[in-house]
Design a protein around this ligand. Structure first.
Ligand code: SAM
Length: 207
């Protein structure tokens, strides 16, 4: 299996559709985010351990969630649970040099792991990604409001802070239990929610 065959399979199975996201998958190779002892499984379509009981996400889940999020050039996006940094780098490719991606991760060693993985990525414009250690269930007040928020760990409901830190017209894509929720902010007080079932996630560890 290669990155090319993984991408072809994700397109064939209907997970990858949008050209910008397909280009991001081509440019941001999962190989750079997988720990040494898992390298042989790099392009397997399942999550892989990255230490501390955590995983680099399953490619089809990342593809499905990014297709729902539809990151666009110039946007400011919060990535909660940045883990290995793979999805953070895919987002950075999509938002480009005019955009910003803030990755927040609660495990300091994983924040450092992501930093190391991202530093050498030529596909990601310098300065687009900023990584922080902390509890992303509170969002990231300092840099709010965001055009979009995406999470890689499952909460029991969408945290209030994420809704408050989202721009009107913005979108949250996040796992809740075993499903993926899409929340669009239609006005100051109005949100529209859709659900997609049949996924599995590590838990969001809040207070
Ligand atoms: N997209 C990442 C990747 O592919 O490497 C996903 C990593 S893993 C599935 C989810 C991550 O969420 C873990 O690294 C975990 O430590 C982190 N996490 C869980 N709860 C969190 C919280 N409250 N704040 C920040 N990160 C959290």
């Amino acid at each position: 299996m290669t990155n090319e065959t993984l991408i072809k399979q994700l397109i064939k199975d209907g997970y990858l559709k949008t050209q910008l996201i397909i280009d991001a998958f081509k440019a941001v190779d999962r190989a750079q985010f997988v720990p040494e002892d898992q390298k042989q499984f790099t392009y397997a379509n399942y999550p892989l351990p990255i230490g501390f009981g955590q995983t680099i996400s399953q490619p089809l889940t990342v593809a499905f969630m990014l297709e729902l999020l539809q990151p666009q050039p110039g946007e400011k996006i919060l990535d909660v649970g940045s883990g290995s940094g793979w999805q953070t780098a895919l987002l950075a490719y999509c938002v480009g040099a005019e955009g910003k991606v803030f990755g927040i991760e609660r495990i300091p060693e994983l924040k450092q792991f992501a930093e190391k993985n991202i530093t050498s990525m030529e596909a990601v414009p310098q300065g687009v990604i900023q990584l922080f250690e902390g509890d992303g269930s509170k969002g990231f007040e300092e840099e709010a409001p965001f055009d979009k928020i995406i999470a890689a760990a499952a909460a029991q409901s969408i945290p209030k802070a994420w809704k408050e830190q989202l721009k009107v017209g913005g979108k949250i894509v996040a796992p809740i239990d075993e499903s993926i929720h899409v929340l669009e902010r239609k006005s100051q007080d109005e949100f529209e929610e859709k659900r997609h079932f049949g996924f599995s996630f590590v838990p969001l560890i809040g207070e």
